[in-house]
Each structure stands twice: as structure tokens, then as C-alpha cells.
Design a binder for this molecule. Structure first.
Ligand SMILES: [Zn+2]
Ligand SMILES: [Zn+2]
Length: 499
């Protein structure tokens, strides 16, 4: 009895020690802590490696280290019939070997669109049917789609813009939400951005304007729109029948959807767009009922589908606004302008046009919007000839360019705003420069965009469209230095009141 008690005692004292100190067997009395992992077998391009760590109790643990090549994309195959579909050349810096395989959205951080079918007969009016394959990191689908050319001046450029409409198998419109927050839509626009090799100016400017529109201390119909009514978009790579077609941006279309409008004869909503320079786009000559003879286009009218109402009311309303803006002045102008114009939005558009140096945007590239058939608001669009870029990319503007705010083709509304709303403009300019239009915000928006497009994609674009204008310069550098210099001059002008 005494003997066995002693044995038990010895066991009771020794067992925990034995368990705790046994490095390989039995339940541990402490949580092993493995630190200082060291490579025991280095990983190579061909095989996994191994690393090891040891606990203070002496127990060791090993874990595999993934080997394999560290491939980065260096080049896209832009030939008509690549041997591999969407072929890209990948290079491993470790073993200096190359691999050719199909690129994926993960490789480039961008969605890939593959169009299959004949584009014969396509024009601005004539649609063609194709198979549309969309692959992104977050969603993929294949569907039927119709394409037609989009644009005014850009129609004549070799690389076209396309309006896309998605269809279900049963022929109904297929709605997809390409970007969170855009909402489901069946129509999008693939922009070639021919005159802007960087692809950045239009989309980044629209995002900047969106920040401006959201920063307003007020709520109106524009507050809840994607970018205050400006388009939104992101870069994509497009293939047509196996061949690299180019770097594009996938944009929201500039139509009623973008402005949250409907076909509804009980409403009086309209979107006007100037097609070309004309005295009527600077609000000096009335718009004609047929639009085209004064170089306008009717983008949307809520009563368009109802022939008993038609669209003439929208022209009358627009011309009534124009008549007021053109001929009234003094206190009466200031007291009554808000019956015709959304003044806050107009001031924002004017300031933003100056800031991005949008010479075409002073009159021609403006969308005019009415939500109630009476009050009109300008909205920015087509912002590729901005931040120093001349409209055909043949040369650059000088920073601080003042032609855009003093010449006679500038619309009368902007001239009158300068005349009668100088204090409001100065105050808002200062506010925006502290916030969404600060040097830092502008730089970040552009830098983010450029970082989202890998160099081999720009290289492929340059090879595929070797006659593109503007290949002679570094766009990122140009935009960033132009923005800085241009805004320094504007700040100075506004401070000194010499504008
Ligand atoms: Zn241990
Ligand atoms: Zn390798």
C-alpha cells in the first residue's frame, strides 16, 4: 500500500514534466510557439521549398513554400491570328524563361471583352449583331449584343467608339450591373478615346466632376446621380475576332438613364446636346425645332414617344431660357436667373471647365438638362480635350490658357455669370480648391487611373494603332505638370481678381 502510493506520487510529479518536455509525443501542456521561420529548402521555379521553425521546447515544424515561376506580362500578341487566344508573353525574372498563354483579367487587373462576329455594314445608324464575352475579376458573362458607332467628330477616326446593347437569348434586353452603384443597364459605350492616348482625361475628369457635384451643400436632382450627371467609366481590353482591338474605356452612355429620366408623357424632362460649334450652342441664336439645322441633337425628351405632345415644348423652353440669359442684365438678371437656370450647377460647371482647361467645354461640349421643363442646368461631357490637350492632339495648350473664358464663342451664360456672380464664383472656387479640386485630389485621381493600366497594355495599344496622335509624349507626366502649373496660374488670377 505504501509502496504503490509512493509510485503514484512519483508518477504524479514526473508525468507533467515528461509530457511538457517531450518534444515529439503526447499532448502538450503548453501551446507551441513557432517563431523564426528559416528556409531549409529554397523554393525554385520548378519545385516547392520548405521552411522550418522550432518551439522553445525543442519541437520543430516545417511548412511548404510555394515554388513556381514569377511571371509578369511583358507583351500582348496583336497579330490578326495569334496561335494562342488572347496571347500574352510572360517573363520570369528568376529563371529568365518566357511563357506564352492567354491573358486573364487577373493578369492585367482589367476586364477583357471579346467580340465575335462581322462588323460589316456598321455605322452610327446601322447596328450589327455580335457575340459579346465579358470577363472581369468579379463577374463574367457571354451574350448577344448589337454594336453601332458612337460619336460626332470621332466617327472619322480609324478606331471607333461603340454603343453596345446586351440581349438575352429570348431577344429581350439583358441588364447587367458592370460596376457596383451603376445599377443594372443593358446599354453601355465602349470609348476608343482616339485623341487621348492616355485614355485618362475623359473618365478621370468625370470622376473629379462627380466629387465636385457631390460636394455641393445642397440637394437637387443631380445630387444622387453617378458623377453629378457626368459619365463614369473604367479601362478594358477589347478583342475582335481573335485580334487585339485595343485599350478602351467602358463608359455609361450619356442618355436618360445617366440622368435618372424616363419616357413619361406626364413629365417635362429633356437632354439637349450640341453637335458642333454654332452660335446657338453659345446661346446666341435660338435652337430650331428639328435640332439638326442649328447643330443640336435631342438626347432625350420624356414626351418623345407621344406624338400628340411631341418635343417642341422643350425647344420653346430652352429658347425662353436663352432669351432671358442673352438679353437681361443687372439686378433683374440676378433676381430671376434661378427661374431659368440651376445657378449652383452652372457655377460648378463653369469653374470645372476652367480648372480642366476644357476649351471645347465652354460651349460645344455641354449637355443641357431640364427636369421640370423650365429650369435648365448645364452638365459637363466629352472631356478628352482637356488638361492641356488640343482637340485633335496635334499640340498642347499653354497652362493658364484664358481664351477659354474670354472669346466670343463662350456661351453667354458663362459670361453673365462672371459679370454678376463674381463673389459666388470666387468663394466656390476657393472651396473646391480646398477639397475635391485640390492639387492632391487631382493628382491622386490621375495616378490611380494610370496605375490601373499595366504598361504592356499601353504598349499593345501603341503597336496596334501606330498612327494614333499624341504618341510622342508621356501623358501622365504632361497631365500632372500641366494641372499644377495651370492651377497655380488660376489661383493667382482669382486671388488678384484679374480674371
Ligand atoms: Zn513547445
Ligand atoms: Zn522561372
Amino acid at each position: 500500500m505504501k509502496k504503490s502510493f509512493c509510485l503514484l506520487l512519483v508518477l504524479a510529479v514526473l508525468l507533467p514534466c515528461f509530457v511538457a518536455c517531450n518534444p515529439t509525443e503526447g499532448p502538450a501542456s503548453h501551446e507551441h510557439v513557432f517563431v523564426h521561420w528559416r528556409t531549409t529548402t529554397p523554393a525554385t521555379c520548378e519545385a516547392d521549398g520548405e521552411e522550418t521553425a522550432t518551439c522553445s521546447c525543442g519541437k520543430t515544424k516545417t511548412r511548404p513554400v510555394a515554388g513556381g515561376h514569377d511571371y509578369t506580362l511583358t507583351e500582348l500578341d496583336i497579330s490578326e491570328n495569334p496561335t494562342v487566344e488572347r496571347a500574352g508573353t510572360f517573363y520570369c525574372a528568376n529563371c529568365k524563361t518566357t511563357l506564352v498563354r492567354s491573358i486573364t483579367p487577373q493578369d492585367i487587373g482589367m476586364p477583357i471583352v471579346t467580340l465575335t462576329g462581322s462588323l460589316e455594314g456598321i455605322s452610327k445608324e446601322n447596328k450589327v449583331k455580335v457575340s459579346f464575352d465579358y470577363q472581369a475579376e468579379d463577374q463574367s458573362f457571354t451574350c448577344e449584343a448589337t454594336l453601332k458607332w458612337q460619336g460626332a467628330t470621332s466617327i472619322d477616326y480609324p478606331k471607333k467608339n461603340y454603343n453596345v446593347q446586351f440581349f438575352e437569348e429570348d431577344g429581350s434586353k439583358k441588364k447587367v450591373e458592370l460596376v457596383d452603384g451603376w445599377g443594372k443597364e443593358s446599354k453601355y459605350c465602349m470609348k476608343a478615346n482616339w485623341t487621348d492616348f492616355s485614355q485618362a482625361r475623359n473618365v478621370v475628369s468625370a470622376k473629379l466632376y462627380g466629387d465636385v457635384a457631390r460636394s455641393a451643400r445642397r440637394t437637387d436632382e443631380f445630387s444622387s446621380l453617378i458623377n453629378g450627371g457626368a459619365i463614369d467609366g473604367y479601362p478594358i481590353v477589347v478583342y475582335l475576332n481573335g485580334q487585339f482591338l485595343g485599350l478602351y474605356t467602358m463608359n455609361t452612355p450619356k442618355d436618360k438613364w445617366l440622368f435618372g429620366m424616363e419616357d413619361d408623357p406626364t413629365l417635362r424632362q429633356a437632354i439637349f446636346m450640341a453637335e458642333q460649334w454654332h452660335d446657338s450652342v453659345s446661346l446666341r441664336v435660338p435652337v430650331s425645332y428639328d435640332f439638326v439645322s442649328t447643330n443640336w441633337e435631342l438626347e432625350h425628351c420624356s414626351t418623345e414617344e407621344d406624338p400628340t405632345i411631341g418635343t417642341n415644348w422643350s425647344v420653346d423652353s430652352f429658347n425662353r431660357m436663352m432669351n432671358f440669359v442673352q438679353w437681361q442684365g443687372g439686378d433683374y438678371f440676378k433676381e430671376n436667373l434661378s427661374s431659368y437656370i440651376n445657378v449652383d450647377r452652372a457655377i460648378d460647371v463653369l469653374i470645372f471647365t476652367w480648372v480642366m482647361c476644357g476649351i471645347d467645354n465652354t460651349s460645344k461640349n455641354i449637355l443641357w438638362i431640364t427636369y421640370d421643363g423650365t429650369v435648365w442646368a448645364p452638365c459637363v461631357y466629352d472631356m478628352d480635350s482637356t488638361w492641356g490637350m488640343w482637340w485633335d492632339a496635334s499640340h498642347l495648350n499653354t497652362a493658364g490658357e484664358v481664351k477659354s473664358w474670354s472669346n466670343s464663342s463662350v456661351n453667354v451664360l458663362f459670361q453673365k455669370l462672371r459679370m454678376y456672380y463674381a463673389d459666388e464664383i470666387l468663394a466656390r472656387y476657393a472651396e473646391l480648391r480646398e477639397g475635391p479640386l485640390s492639387d492632391k485630389s487631382i493628382e491622386k485621381k490621375f495616378t490611380d487611373f494610370f496605375e490601373s493600366i499595366p504598361d504592356p497594355i499601353y504598349l499593345a495599344e501603341e503597336q496596334r494603332w501606330a498612327d494614333r496622335p499624341g504618341l510622342w509624349m508621356n501623358h501622365e507626366q504632361q497631365i500632372l505638370s500641366f494641372a499644377k502649373e495651370h492651377l497655380d496660374i488660376l489661383d493667382d488670377k482669382f486671388v488678384k481678381g484679374t480674371w
